[in-house]
Design a protein around this ligand. Sequence first.
Ligand code: SF4
Length: 421
Amino acid sequence: MDEWLNKKDLEFREWMLDERRRLGIDRAVKAYVSAKETALQKMPELEEMRKEVRLIKEESIRKMPELAKAAMDAIIDLKGMAYLAKDAESAQEIFKEVVGRGKLVVKSKSLTSEEICLNEALEEAGNTVYETDLGEFIIQLRKEKPSHIINPSVHVPREEVAKTFSQLLKREVRPDINGLVSVAREFLREKFCTADVGITGANVVAAKTGTIFIIENEGNARFVSNAPPIHIAITGMEKVVPTLSDAFKVVQVLPPYATGVLMAAYVSLITGPSKTADIEKTIVYGAHGPKELHLVLLDNGRTEMAKSPDFREALYCLRCGGCMYECPVYRILGGSFGNNYFGGIGIIWSYFTRGPEGVAAAINACTKCRRCKAVCPLEIDVPKMVETLKSRLVRDGYSHPRHREIMESIAKNKNPFGLER
Ligand code: SF4
């Protein structure tokens, strides 16, 4: 454990000195903060709406198992397939079973799929997987980990993207942002049309109707969920809310806080597989959209989180990412500290979904400035959860070796400096 913590410390130091990473994050933070402020000024009604969404999330988490079941029943009634995966491994098995081997898979951004290491599992099973969200595509080509939940390649400046695309196309690509977007568009277009399976996340699911909501700006999730003959959506159980009108409220609150837009460019609502009854009123599945629709709801620690009065609030998170941009530590270090969830809220999520090792080093980076709570649309008390988790980690033997030295010195010498009295 100590060896691992020391390794992490070195990794943090490397990130801190990585000027290119800092440049990318700096540019993105400036653009985000000013766009969000403008959006909030234009939508004063958001103030009331975000409070309503908090109440919706409180109710949804209280009823999480019942709502998950209701959503699954509704999807099965619509001739879709629905699964509840208790952990990452069982979720991977479901995907391997549905996707099969030797398939071309296109994916839109999904943190839940990263939580279960889906790409690795599908590739090991002999499939080819393409990320189609631009940021995820860049990260996939660079064999890196995302550094933000909404903008995964936020740490990669345009000059680096140009180098990556030059290697992909084996010709020089200039660091012009418009040109770089066109490169990805041209490269991925053919993949959408020839893919066997499309995999998306879901930002919210309405239990009563079994409707899956996908919010995005690029338009890639529309292709992914519509062009291939099979669509599989994966999301956490906490994303299920009771009704369509509850889900629409989440849809209105999320985009201004996530990207500083009044509304996302695209919101897809999917209620069952594609079908037609235009010939003799006979229902045929798979008209222009996918013939098969599968929803995988992931537990992987969420039930435990929901039962915990100390950490339940983490399940209200909309994954807007706003708290990360505003976090002084994130601005310097960026990254996920080796996990797939980011910032203070990410520490809590990583603890429940991946275990204590991954968060034991990162948790000490928190400065307790409490800014994450102040900017959170749902006022989630992340700092309080971080403090509680820190105590739990120390209790369970996951304290940092330097901290142990200090504690031992205080006990022995009555000072933290290791000096004998
Ligand atoms: S904790 Fe709040 S600000 Fe941070 S990602 Fe979640 S909803 Fe957004």
